[in-house]
Design a binder for this molecule. Structure first.
Ligand code: NI
Length: 173
C-alpha cells in the first residue's frame, strides 16, 4: 500500500476524461487499495483516480462515520443506469479543492453499475451521502469538478481563493 499525492486544482489532469479499465487485474486492485489508503489518510469519503494523476475510470468510497465499521467501496467503470427525477441541494467539498465548499444540485438517488475489485459486475443503489459521493466521484472521471456545477461567478471565486492559498505556501512537488 502507498499514499499517493493528491492533485489540487487547477491542474489539467483533473480536467481530462479518464479511460475505461479493461479488466480489474492485480494492478488495478493495487491502485484501488492505494487510493483507499490515500483517501483515509486525507480524511476523505471518496477519491477518483484522476485526482492521483491516473487517467483510469476507478473510484473508491467509504461514507461510514467515525463510530461505524469501515465500509470501503472499490469501483471500476462505474455507470449510472438510473437516476431519480427528484434532486437535492447538498454542500460538497473535494480533496482537490481543499477547504472549499459549495451547494450542488444532484439527483437524490442513483443506481450505479460497476466492476468490483474481483472484476464482477455489480449494481449499487445509492442515496443520501453515498448517492452524492458516488456522483461526485464519477464526475471526476469526466474531468468535472463540483465547482463546474456552479455559476461562473461562484466558480471563479473559489478558484481564486485556492490560488491565493497556494501562493502563501511553499511549492509542493
Ligand atoms: Ni472530489
Amino acid at each position: 500500500m502507498a499514499i499517493l499525492p493528491i492533485l489540487v486544482a487547477p491542474d489539467p489532469r483533473l480536467k481530462t476524461p479518464a479511460k475505461a479499465v479493461e479488466n480489474v487485474d492485480a494492478e488495478i486492485r493495487q491502485l484501488m487499495d492505494d487510493m483507499l489508503e490515500t483517501m483515509y489518510q486525507a480524511n476523505g469519503i471518496g477519491l477518483a483516480a484522476p485526482q492521483v494523476g491516473v487517467s483510469k475510470r476507478v473510484i473508491v468510497i467509504d461514507v461510514a462515520r467515525d463510530d461505524e465499521e469501515p465500509n470501503p467501496l472499490r469501483m471500476a467503470n462505474p455507470e449510472i443506469v438510473w437516476a431519480s427525477e427528484t434532486e437535492q441541494l447538498h454542500e460538497e467539498g473535494c480533496l482537490s479543492l481543499p477547504e472549499q465548499f459549495a451547494e450542488v444540485m444532484r439527483p437524490t438517488a442513483v443506481r450505479v453499475r460497476y466492476l468490483d475489485h474481483e472484476n464482477e459486475i455489480r449494481e449499487l443503489d445509492a442515496d443520501e451521502m453515498l448517492g452524492i459521493c458516488v456522483q461526485h466521484e464519477m464526475d471526476h472521471l469526466e474531468g468535472t469538478l463540483f465547482v463546474d456545477h456552479l455559476s461562473t461567478l461562484k466558480r471563479n471565486m473559489i478558484l481564486r481563493k485556492l490560488q491565493k492559498a497556494r501562493r502563501g505556501q511553499p511549492a509542493t512537488v
